[in-house]
Structure formats: C-alpha cells, structure tokens
Design a protein around this ligand. Structure first.
Ligand code: FAD
Ligand code: NAI
Length: 466
C-alpha cells in the first residue's frame, strides 16, 4: 500500500517531520542510508561534540577551579579512550531513542540510499545491493549536508580531519591547526586545547564567527586568546604537505603576500558545510538547485516538482538542527492542511564554548545596515551575584530594542550557560515583547538570567546592579 509520506534522511529535519506527520495520522516511511538514525546531528555533530565539550570543560575546571572551591582532587588525569567511550555511549542512547520513536509512531523504516525515481516513487538501495521501490503521495528530501572541502587538501580523517575525524582522535595532538574560525573550529578547537593541544586557528576573514554581533565576537576572541588559542586572521591555508610523517601548512595573507609555514600534528578543516544531494537523482526528476547546490523551495517547502518537498541543511538558511526540526514539523503540518510556519527572524544560534555565545534576532551591524533606529541595553556578568560566586564573570548580555517602539530586535549573550538563557529571549521575541516586558518580568534570584533582565532595564538606563 502506498505511503502518504516518504522522508529521505533521518536527521533532525527528517525524524521530526516523520513523527509529526505520523501524529497527524499519515502513514510514513523513512529511508536512511547510514547504520543508525539521527543524521549528522546525533551521530557526528551536535551530540558527540557537546559530549566532548562537556567532558573537556569539566576536565579543565577540575584542574583550575576545584581547588579554589575547596575541593582537593589533585591534578586531573586524562583517560582519552574513556572520554571517547562516554561520548559514544551518549550518541548510542540518542540514536536508539530515535529508533524507539519511529516504532512508537508506527513509522516504517528502510535502510539504504534513497533515489527519487519519479515523483511519488523512491528506490531504496540497501548496502547488499538489493533494491526496492516504495511509493507515496509526497516525498520529503531531508538529506542534510556534508563537510565542505578545500581544493588540494585531502581529508584522511586521521591527520587531516573534518569535524568527524576531530571527534575520534585517539591521541591529543601536540599542535592542532584549525582552518576556519567558525562554530566547528572554535568548539572543537576548545575541546582539544582543554585536553592539552596547542591550537592555532587560521581564518580567511578579518574577524571570527562571521554573522555574529561584532562586539560579542571581539570580546569572545580576547577570552579565547586568554585561554591559549592563537588566531591568524585575514589568512588562508593554501596547502598542507603531509610527506615524511609531519604536516606542514602553507599560510598566506588573504590579500596575497609572503607565505609562512606552520607545523602541525593534526589539521582540522572547518570551513563550512555543503548541502548533500548525491545519488538522489534530482537532475533526472527536474528538482531545481541554486548556485550553492541547495534545493530550491517555496515558502511551503515545495520544490520545483509537485509532490517533492525539502527541509533542513539541504535548503537555504542557517545549518542548525533546531531550524531543520522546525521545518520538519512545519512541512508535515502543511501537508496535513494546517498552517505550518517557521519564524526565521527568531532562530537562536549558540556556540557551545566556554563561555558560550548565544544570540537571537538582529546584530547591531544588521540594524545599522538596514537603517533601523535602535537602543542598546548592556549588563556585564561581573555585576551578577550568581556569576560572581560561581567564578563565571566573563561576558555580558546585550539587548537591542527599537528606538521608537521598544520591541526587542536582537539579544546577544557571551557568558556561562548563554545557550539556556537565550531561550527566554526567543520566547519574548516570538510574543513580540518590548524590552520593558522583560524588564518587568520577575526573574529568579540568584541566577545568571537576572543579567538578561538587567540588560533590559539598561535599555532604559535603569539597571539596578550597575
Ligand atoms: P542531517 O542531520 O545531515 O541528516 C541527513 C540524513 O540523511 C543523514 O542521516 C544521511 O545519512 C541521510 N541521507 C542523505 N542522503 C540520503 C539518501 N540518498 N538516502 C537515504 N538517506 C540519506 N546544529 C545545532 O543546531 N547545534 C549544534 O550544537 C550543532 N553542532 C554541530 C556539530 C558538528 C560537528 C556538526 C558537523 C554539525 C553541527 N550542527 C549543530 C549542525 C546540525 O548537525 C545540522 O544542522 C543538522 O544535523 C541538519 O539536519 P538535517 O536533518 O537537515 O540533516
Ligand atoms: P562556519 O560557516 O561556521 O565557519 C567557517 C569559517 O571558515 C568561516 O569563518 C569562514 O570565513 C572560514 N573560511 C572559509 N574558507 C576558508 C579558508 N579557505 N581559509 C580560512 N578560513 C576559511 O562553518 P563550520 O564551522 O565548518 O560549521 C559548519 C556548520 O555547522 C555551520 O554552518 C554551523 O551552523 C553548523 N554547526 C553549528 C554548531 C552550533 O550550532 N553550535 C556547531 C557546529 C556546527
């Protein structure tokens, strides 16, 4: 019997979509080419990287802070194999959770690479070469993304690694060279620095973390440098010589000029990710892609071919798990005749380093560029009681509000636990809050979240603790 819906890919986009569609009464099939469900996020992305960030942060903290708090444990010793096992167990629990949810929602699963043979028809080729064709009213492409590569620099996932290999190293590299000061470079650079690597980050642009509020990035870069990470901005790696057991990277100024050579034990290539559509047969069925290889969709996630939809990393927009999830839910609801919708103005973004960076809405630069008149409220964690007692005073909260209406336009936080705190700002923005609404909301004491309220009070120059 044909399905209502076939979802190709079981990452956060695909599995959220499948579950929501099943909740809405659809008969759903999921096709996944990998051994486990959960996609990049659960297997080689968000979940394993956060496990290593968590463990390495505690490792460093136990050496630096425990003593100050009267906890005598001596110098921490690293058992890297055990840390990797801890990470793998976390991944295992999560991917099994998705398999359980598929069963619970009576979703049929097909193991193998999916190819769209025609609208409504997906051919699934299993690892043993056997193929079968399944049919549905609608097909969702949720095939995600893959590592972007640098011409001439071959990733072997042992010494020249992408994020995937950087999550699997069996030895702490003495010198780690990171290409790209984006999210992966800073998160995984932080992990290996904490565990003992000397980390150098080479970035093409004259700033780190493009897209994130400049003031936030400037302070964050200083904090990273204090922690021991070296940045080479406005620079590019043009070659990595891997002969005779050593890695020698050739680094040139982005604008051209004399090259220098840097020795490394491991090189991490983290210059972005590219949409993944290999083997899907999109050209044969006529699904259009843009000049970056992303599947083109309309506001309802419909591609250029009726009955075929796309969501997540494979379409335009931030490559974030929660964005893919929300699109998965929205398209399922649209197919069920409901008003599925994603508010792209309120997609939070978090960098899970220490301290964390979290933002939602517009940066100051974006507001300036669009000529919007805005007010700024800022509050430093040095003035927050809980941050002081926890020895977590790095960073600040910045709230940008419309000068005329006071509507919150953007919230940017550098600080411990910023990723959890940004959710409050996202809810406020979804409800169209003014900074005054946050300022008048009672926040629990003593918490770091009081800094969010104080920043809202600071918009109107009436912060209490400053
Ligand atoms: P994916 O998760 O990539 O899933 C696509 C799935 O489709 C895969 O399982 C793939 O095997 C399958 N597939 C592809 N082609 C076929 C085919 N032809 N047939 C069958 N199956 C197919 N985002 C965050 O929001 N927070 C984070 O902390 C975060 N950390 C990250 C850390 C790292 C190291 C990386 C690499 C990414 C991270 N991301 C994070 C990004 C996040 O992982 C992605 O945005 C998210 O996984 C995209 O979801 P998706 O469902 O679109 O695609
Ligand atoms: P990115 O797009 O975040 O950063 C890539 C960086 O590399 C940019 O700063 C860019 O200017 C630089 N760059 C590009 N080419 C270069 C070159 N030749 N030489 C030097 N620098 C160069 O990409 P990244 O870090 O690889 O992450 C990929 C995606 O995964 C991101 O889009 C992100 O959304 C997602 N991700 C999200 C996380 C989170 O939400 N916490 C964590 C990890 C990944």
């Amino acid at each position: 019997m044909p399905y209502d819906l076939i979802v190709i890919g079981s990452g956060p986009g695909g599995y959220f979509c499948a579950i929501r569609a099943a909740q809405l009464g659809m008969k759903v099939a999921v096709v996944e080419k990998d051994k486990t469900f959960g996609g990049t996020c659960l297997n080689i992305g968000c979940i394993p990287s956060k496990a290593l960030l968590h463990a390495s942060e505690l490792y460093e903290e136990s050496g630096l802070l425990f003593d100050k708090m009267g906890i005598k444990v001596g110098r921490p010793k690293l058992d890297l194999a055990a840390m990797m096992k801890f990470k793998d167990e976390g991944v295992d629990g999560n991917v099994k959770g998705v398999a359980f949810l598929f069963r619970k929602n009576k979703i049929d699963t097909f193991r193998g690479a999916g190819r769209i043979a025609a609208p409504g028809k997906v051919e699934v080729k299993a690892a043993d070469g056997k193929t079968e064709t399944i049919e549905a009213r609608a097909i969702i492409i949720a095939t995600g993304s893959d590592v972007a590569r640098l011409p001439g620099i071959d990733i072997d996932e042992r010494r020249i690694v992408s994020s995937t290999g950087a999550l699997l190293l069996d030895k702490v590299p003495d010198r780690l060279l990171v290409i790209g000061a984006g999210v992966i470079g800073l998160e995984l650079g932080s992990v290996w620095r904490r565990l003992g690597s000397k980390v150098t980050v080479v970035e093409f642009l004259d700033r780190i973390l493009p897209g994130i509020d400049n003031e936030v990035c400037r302070q964050f870069q200083r904090l990273m440098e204090k922690q021991g990470i070296t940045f080479k901005l406005s620079s590019k790696v043009t070659a990595v010589d891997a002969a005779d057991g050593k890695l020698k990277a050739r680094i040139e100024p982005a604008a051209g000029g004399a090259a220098e050579t840097l020795d490394a034990d491991v090189v991490l290539v983290s210059i972005g990710r590219a949409p993944f559509t290999e083997g899907l047969g999109l050209e044969d069925v006529g699904v259009k892609k843009d000049n970056k290889g992303r599947v083109v969709v309309d506001a309802h996630y419909a591609t250029s071919v009726p009955g075929i939809y796309a969501i997540g990393d494979v379409i335009a927009g931030p490559m974030l798990a929660h964005k893919a999830e929300d699109e998965g839910v929205a398209v399922a609801e649209i197919l069920a005749g409901q008003a599925g919708h994603v508010n792209y103005d309120v997609i939070p973004n978090v960098v899970y380093t220490y301290p964390e960076i979290a933002s939602v809405g517009k940066s100051e630069e974006e507001l300036k560029d669009s000529g919007v008149d805005y007010k700024v409220g800022k509050f430093p964690f040095t003035a927050n009681g809980r941050a002081k007692v926890n020895l977590q005073t790095e960073g600040f909260v910045k709230i940008l509000a419309d000068a005329a209406t006071d509507h919150v336009l953007g919230v940017h936080i550098v600080g411990a636990d910023a990723g959890n705190m940004i959710a409050e700002a996202a809810v406020a923005m979804e409800f169209g809050a003014a900074s005054e609404d946050i300022a008048r909301t009672c926040h629990p004491h003593p918490t770091l979240s009081e800094a969010v309220r104080e920043a809202a009070l600071a918009v109107d120059r009436r912060a209490i603790n400053m």
